[in-house]
Each structure stands twice: as structure tokens, then as C-alpha cells.
Design a binder for this molecule. Structure first.
Ligand SMILES: C[S@@+](CC[C@H](N)C(=O)[O-])C[C@H]1O[C@@H](n2cnc3c(N)ncnc32)[C@H](O)[C@@H]1O
Ligand SMILES: [Zn+2]
Length: 299
């Protein structure tokens, strides 16, 4: 079956994965090769065990086997209800499932010691990307780890295309580029500056999206091509790969991981605490539970 995003012009970018079969995206030699590499990179980069991990834009839970048995608590977040229902099935209902936009998360400051956001940042509209970075910083505790990916606007292929006049933007400009509306590309320096402004340090960088393309061209022999685990740090630091994985630590903050609050939800509208129910005592908004998913979407 073909993978197709839900590009209804009346819907927002956050709805693109609603009622589509995202699992189909990962079929075929090239994508399976990429999936294997990404799983290894995340295993290497994500510091486990952890107290409480949030997987933002978790999709159907592709990455859940990496962290499920190494965290005391896992919270899965996505803007798509149908993706979350699949994630709930895959993880056997052992997590907290939250429908929410990454730009306005229903969590109190310092609620997590790990935040994962893989293959999501490029779907955040340009005008909201600062909000989503602010949210990542806000919800992490002191020394909390963030691991996320972005689509690299100045990767080698794009630089070559630009030199031949075949790219509609300059890959060396810091600004976010979007050739196709629901897909933004970021400059490596823009990302490192944005992270450092928000108190993130110790950047650990890896690159993906190179070896899988070679594997894809070789058809059934593609499985003979190495995943590129050893090359990934070079592709990350040189920022020549199409996808960059960034691991970093939040050095600011006052709440250490050992003191994470038991009750960590808050109203995404007024930021009031939600200790005992999913009805906000401050603004009276009620957040429904749909098949085990708490729906905090507000747009
Ligand atoms: C490409 S998929 C990646 C899924 C998963 N992280 C993975 O790597 O397999 C992007 C996911 O992000 C979700 N998403 C897109 N925009 C979002 C937003 N603004 N807030 C929360 N989730 C979002 C989509 O619904 C989709 O499930
Ligand atoms: Zn409220």
C-alpha cells in the first residue's frame, strides 16, 4: 500500500497523519535500512534508564521498543488520535497517551528527564517552531536530555543542487526553508544557536539518510550495504547528511530528575494544574478521554 499524507487544505499540518497508515512509509529496502539505522542511533544516543520519558510526535510507536522497558514512566504524545491508538496497541496500554500539539504541551515545567522528538520538527509550521523549542526546554528538568531530529537544509545533495541552479533557496542562509509547505528544512547553525539560547549544551550529533539511498538503488542486494552507524557521527558533525540527530542536555532548571512531581499535567489553555481530573479548576475546560487517550488538543 502507498503511504500518502492527509493533505486536506482545510486541516492543519498537525492533522496530516490522521487516519493514514504511517507504518507503510517504512516498507521496502530503503526505508527498512533507514529505520534500522535510526533505531541504532537512538539506542546509542538516548540516555537510559530514565525516570519519565516523553515521546513527542510518537506516531504509531515505531521507537517504543527502545525505551519501553528502560523508563519508570512513559508518556506518548501526538497530534493525531489514530496514530496514538496504534501506539497504545503496540505498547499494550502501559503508557500515558496524550493528544496534543507539540507547540502547547499539557505538562508542568520540569516534568520529564528525557524528551524524544523524532521526525516531527520538520512538520512544525515555521511560525510555531520557536514555541515548540520553548516547550521542549520548559518541560525538561535540570540536566534533562533532549533527542530530536531535523531535516538539514544544507546537506551535500542540496548544496550540489544549488550549485547547479536546481534548488529554489540558498542552503547557506540561516532561515528555515520550505519547498513544500508541510516540510521545513533547517540550517545546522540555526539549530545549534536556538538550542544554546535555551540553555541546551553538550551537543551530540549524528547523520542519517545517506546509506539507505544506496541500499534502495541496489534492490534486493541493498541489505548487503552497511547501515552506516560508524559514519553517522561524521555525517552529523559535518552536517552533510539529510537528517541530523541532535542529543543535548538542559543545563538550566531547578528540578532534578529525582524530584519529578508525581502529578505533572497542566491545562494547555491557562496553565492551571490538573491534579485530580481532566477538568481544569481554573478555566473549567474539560479534556475528554477517547479510547484511553486524553485529548488536550485545543485548535
Ligand atoms: C513522521 S511521523 C514520526 C513518528 C515517530 N516519531 C517516528 O519517528 O516513527 C510525525 C508524527 O508527528 C506528528 N505531528 C506532526 N505535527 C505535530 C505537532 N504539531 N504536534 C504533535 N505531533 C505532531 C504526526 O501526527 C506524526 O505522527
Ligand atoms: Zn485551564
Amino acid at each position: 500500500m502507498d503511504f500518502k499524507l492527509n493533505l486536506d487544505p482545510d486541516k492543519t499540518q498537525a492533522d496530516m497523519y490522521e487516519n493514514i497508515n504511517y507504518q507503510d512509509f517504512w516498507m521496502g529496502v530503503e526505508r527498512q535500512h533507514l529505520d534500522k539505522l535510526e533505531q541504532v542511533l537512538i539506542q546509542q544516543m538516548l540516555k537510559l534508564p530514565a525516570r519519565r520519558l516523553v515521546d513527542i510526535g510518537c506516531g504509531f510507536g515505531r521507537l517504543s521498543k527502545i525505551y519501553m522497558n528502560n523508563c519508570q514512566e512513559v508518556v506518548m504524545v501526538d497530534s493525531s488520535l489514530s496514530q496514538l491508538l496504534q501506539a497504545r496497541e503496540i505498547t499494550g496500554g502501559r503508557c500515558t497517551y496524550i493528544a496534543s500539539n507539540a507547540t502547547r504541551l499539557p505538562f508542568q515545567p520540569g516534568s520529564f528527564d528525557r524528551a524524544l522528538m523524532i521526525r516531527v520538527f520538520h512538520h512544525i509550521p515555521k511560525e510555531a517552531e520557536k514555541n515548540s523549542l520553548n516547550e521542549l526546554e520548559r518541560i525538561l528538568c535540570q540536566n534533562g536530555q533532549l533527542l530530536f531530529t531535523y531535516s538539514n537544509k544544507r546537506n551535500l545533495e542540496r548544496i550540489v543542487k544549488w550549485l547547479f541552479g536546481k534548488l529554489p533557496y540558498n542552503p547557506f542562509e540561516l532561515s528555515t526553508a520550505a519547498i513544500w509547505e508541510p516540510f521545513s528544512m533547517h540550517h545546522p547553525r540555526y539549530i545549534s544557536q536556538a538550542l544554546s539560547e535555551r540553555g541546551f549544551c553538550n551537543l551530540d550529533l549524528r547523520g542519517s539518510g545517506v546509506m539507505d539511498k544506496i541500499a534502495g538503488r541496489l534492490g534486493k542486494f541493498g541489505n548487503l550495504i552497511p547501515l552506516g552507524v560508524q559514519l553517522a557521527p561524521f555525517f552529523g558533525r559535518s552536517a552533510l547528511a539529510p537528517w541530523i540527530f541532535v542529543g543535548c542536555k538542559k543545563k538550566t532548571g531547578t528540578i532534578p530528575a529525582v524530584e519529578l512531581a508525581k502529578e505533572f499535567l497542566q491545562c494547555p489553555v491557562c496553565a492551571g494544574g490538573l491534579a485530580t481530573s481532566y477538568e481544569c479548576p481554573t478555566c473549567n475546560r474539560v479534556f475528554p478521554i477517547l479510547d484511553g487517550v486524553i485529548d488536550f488538543r485545543t485548535d
